[in-house]
Design a protein around this ligand. Sequence first.
Ligand code: DX5
Ligand code: ZN
Length: 219
Amino acid sequence: MVEISTSILSVEKGNEAETFMLLEKSKTDYFHIDVMDGKFVKKDTYQQMREYSEYIKRISNLPLDIHLMVEDIDTAVEVFSAVEPNIITFHLEACKSKEEVMKNIQEIKEKGSRVGIAIKPETPVEDVYEYLPYIHMCLIMTVEPGKGGQTLITDMLSKIKRLKEYIEKENIEIDIEVDGGINLKTAPRVKEAGANILVAGTAILKAVDYKVIIDELKE
Ligand code: DX5
Ligand code: ZN
């Protein structure tokens, strides 16, 4: 059974209360918080995602799945640890050295969250192998990070498969999360490739009934 992490990137200001409540009732497993700093990616969602996660923290016990698309990971870890997220994921491409990656992993753990590392479509999956024993999740971006509503890059299916084969061969216990362009058509393909946590924003938020789409994505 896969888990669903609903991206709240495109939740309209003003509808957030009702939307978050509906998503909770519809049994999303996580809220996926897309933090963008306007530097690592063009869009800047920092303030809005901070407000939304503080609000969700107040009204829901569902776990927060923080996806940092930022250059200054230290500051973002400080800021978003305040909402006691279940997991904080940072981008390998935002780190300048192995030491920096290891420091980020340690800092996030010290804050009491699980740790994820995300890689962009053009980053080889082999680049993350050395960190897998120290983290809880690997996020394979199936679109270029920076906005919702894009089409899944099908080349990523073999990347997910390679990662799955590697962690099985090495006996590493780790979640594989995929993010971007996940819908009823692409979900079966990423699941078959080995993903066990699916992020979806557009496919869920544009649906008439969140519960129906979340159940179908989970199947
Ligand atoms: C993109 C974000 C994704 C995105 C997913 O940079 O990391 O989480 O919001 O949105 P959809 O499901 O619309 O592709
Ligand atoms: Zn995301």
